[in-house]
Ligand binder design. Structure first.
Ligand SMILES: *Cc1c(COP(=O)(O)O)cnc(C)c1O
Length: 432
């Protein structure tokens, strides 16, 4: 996509980008970083602290991405860095049980309403993948239902969206996924309980699990309609399918217990990640005791990891959660979120735009709302978004480089920082 902005990365970033393109596919280790959604070249970051990221050319930006969610206290909070530094002196990996694993399990089970037992993994993708395998193992069924626009990591079975219409069998979104596997995934529009009913009526006894982001935040951000999550759970129970909440994004962010606490729903299994890693690579999945006990070595569902329960990662995650509890970070984030929302709503008043928010997650869509599902989100004017993104970047504000990603606030985004940012964004939007 072309972009008509003056923003160019500095010399150091440009040089790094050339070298990266030569040796790393697309120059990046995760596709969205390549700026394909907004055009132009990405910059390289050498340092991050609080709400600020600093690029290889020494330029500072106010960061509204927060490493895609984990940085809930802002970047490199002293409590996390200090704890990791100290922990590293005792060794970086043991491959033998360590006390932090017990402490993390106790913390997760205390905070997340539906989780009675938990296992640690190394990424959100791995957490989701393990939930799916466990659900299939427990139910002895193969089919999975997911919702259009919900992202669950790059798990084979879940890189699928509807080919045409809600009830068709899935077509893989990626090369390299066997169609035999993709066919086991059924996709349904989010917030459409009737479509899900039809799916269950036609083949409910073959469905192992329904997986969803309770608040989808990978196609921008939209919320479940009142009663939708309850409806999904009721159908799962009626047909004996498991309900899996993918709370990799929402977990420990919307509330200590994630979206399931906010909406009062207890899923059977929950995938977690991002915030619980405190910026290190961590995932986790958990649920009811009788389900989790199907895992090896107790049960027949195999799941393992050399670095799972890594002491540095758990130290970072625990330090971050402890600090969030100490300062009641979730209340603070709600207040900051409200302040930001009020300012953004004023800024887009009378324009063909929609600002959606829950807690510290937000999205500005370049179209009239409300946006309730992927089809709505896709109607957004991505060219206008790209223009807005680059103008903000020019003025030192880093937003997610795609219309279809959520933005994040952290506790480091003080009211002053937000007011400042709002002034700049308002100014840019005057011309939009
Ligand atoms: C980020 C994300 C994942 C994947 O997590 P990774 O750590 O990137 O593998 C899965 N589900 C949701 C909802 C996510 O936002």
């Amino acid at each position: 996509m072309p972009h008509d902005s003056t923003h160019l990365p500095g010399n150091h970033s440009q040089d790094l980008w050339k070298r990266a393109l030569d040796l790393i596919p697309g120059g990046v280790n995760s596709p969205v970083r390549a700026f394909k959604g907004v055009g132009g070249e990405p910059f390289f970051v050498t340092k991050a602290k609080g709400f600020t990221i600093t690029d290889a050319d020494g330029r500072d930006y106010v960061d509204f991405v927060g490493t895609w969610g984990p940085a809930i206290l802002g970047h490199a909070p002293d409590c996390v860095i200090g704890a990791v530094r100290e922990a590293a002196l005792n060794g970086t990996s043991f491959g033998i049980p360590n006390p932090l694993e017990v402490e993390m399990a106790e913390t997760i089970c205390r905070l997340v309403p539906s989780v009675e037992k938990v296992r640690m993994v190394n990424s959100g993708t791995e957490a989701v993948m393990s939930c799916i395998r466990l659900a299939r193992g427990v139910t002895a069924r193969d089919r999975i239902v997911k919702f259009e626009g919900c992202y669950h990591g790059h798990v084979d079975s879940l890189l699928v969206k509807a080919g045409s219409g809600a009830l068709t069998l899935g077509q893989p979104d990626s090369a390299g996924i066997p169609s035999a596997l993709a066919e086991l995934t059924i996709t349904v529009p989010f917030n459409d309980i009737e479509a899900l009913k039809t799916v269950f009526r036609e083949g409910g006894k073959e469905i192992a699990a329904v997986i969803l982001e309770p608040v989808p935040a990978n196609a921008g951000l939209y919320l479940p309609k009142p009663g939708f999550l309850e409806g999904v759970q009721a159908l799962c129970r009626e047909y004996g399918a498991l309900l899996i909440f993918d709370e990799v994004m929402t977990g420990f962010r919307l509330a200590p217990g994630g979206a399931q606490e906010v909406f009062g729903i207890r899923p059977d299994l929950t995938a977690m990640g991002k915030v619980i890693g405190g910026g290190l690579p961590v995932g986790a999945f958990g649920g009811r005791r009788n389900l989790m006990d199907w895992l090896a070595p107790l049960g027949p569902v195999y799941q393992a990891g050399t670095l799972s329960g890594n002491p540095l990662a758990l130290t970072a995650g625990l330090a971050q959660l402890r600090e969030m509890e100490r300062i009641n970070g979730w209340q603070l984030l709600e207040e900051l979120g409200m302040l930001f929302e009020e300012g953004m709503r004023r800024a887009i008043h009378g324009k063909e735009m929609t600002f959606q928010r829950i807690g510290s997650m937000f999205c500005l869509y370049f179209r009239q709302g409300p946006i309730l599902n992927l089809a709505d989100a896709k109607e957004s004017d991505t060219t206008a978004f790209a223009h807005f993104f680059h103008q903000a970047l020019d003025r030192g504000i880093y937003l997610a480089p795609s219309q279809f990603e959520a933005g994040f606030l952290s506790t480091a985004h003080s009211p002053e920082v937000l007011e400042d940012g709002l002034k700049t964004l308002t100014d840019i939007l005057k011309g939009a």
